[in-house]
Design a protein around this ligand. Structure first.
Ligand SMILES: *Cc1c(COP(=O)(O)O)cnc(C)c1O
Length: 236
């Protein structure tokens, strides 16, 4: 068995990455879109550095992690070795970790409340940096899920832009597990359109092709590249 082959499909990370990239391109073309308008965020949560290195060696440069603390343990050395890496935070962000998140990540995809937006603005100012941000939307209005409710998206976008001067580029969502995702993708696209935002982070291993059909510009794919993760996944 190849290192990183916990799919049991006999393929290594390089082959699976190539397969995902070609599926992305095919889905884009089928939707009448230029494949270069869809970027793959390779999601490496729970996977150790040697596994990540295989994806880097295969040419992948854009990655996503969902916990600040875990990312801090894995990424600074990789970033020093590969200055063109880009890292997105795709998991929930708490106010007390904002400064560390802004230090490590290039894009924060999961802004979902006022106190976090305010803390990000303060961190930008005190660190003398800026980062693109996305607003996470709880399109399924699930009680246990993070994200702004659909009815509050326009107000939150306005507050982030007008009050906190954050560079809001778009919206992100994780649809409910057992629902047809296309309705959620269509909803996210419409909310982005009416707010003049052009980045749509939606679609994971199981549904990234559908997401591309509905306009995804960032697809966040873990399992299809790196195989199954250990069952327990905490969050920060
Ligand atoms: C883990 C995770 C992904 C990747 O999911 P897969 O099904 O493994 O592709 C995408 N987005 C978020 C927010 C995640 O936490």
């Amino acid at each position: 068995m190849t290192i990183g082959d916990n799919h049991g499909d006999g393929l290594d990370i390089r082959s699976r990455l190539a397969a995902v990239n070609s599926d992305i391109a095919a889905a884009a073309v089928a939707a009448g879109r230029d494949p270069s308008t869809v970027a793959l965020v390779a999601v490496t949560k729970t996977h150790p550095v040697p596994i990540i290195r295989q994806a880097i060696d295969a040419g992948q440069r854009l990655f996503g992690e969902n916990r600040v603390q875990e990312a801090e343990a894995k990424w600074p050395a990789l970033r020093a070795a590969f200055p063109d890496l880009r890292l997105h935070l795709i998991g929930p962000l708490q106010r007390n970790k904002v400064r560390r998140a802004v230090t490590l990540f290039d894009v924060i995809e999961t802004v979902d409340r006022d106190e976090v937006a305010r803390a990000i603005a303060l961190a930008f100012e005190s660190l003398g940096v800026t980062r693109d941000v996305l607003i996470q939307v709880n399109t399924g209005e699930e009680a246990q899920k993070h994200g702004v409710l659909p009815g509050q998206v326009d107000a939150v976008v306005r507050a982030c832009v007008d009050t906190y001067q954050l560079p809001v580029r778009g919206l992100m969502c994780v649809p409910p597990l057992n629902e047809e995702p296309s309705l959620h993708f269509a909803l996210l696209r419409e909310m982005a359109r009416r707010n003049g935002l052009d980045t749509l982070s939606m679609g994971m291993s199981a549904d990234f092709k559908v997401a591309i059909q509905f306009g995804a510009t960032l697809v966040r794919v873990g399992t299809a590249i790196f195989g199954d993760r250990p069952a327990a996944e905490g969050s920060d």
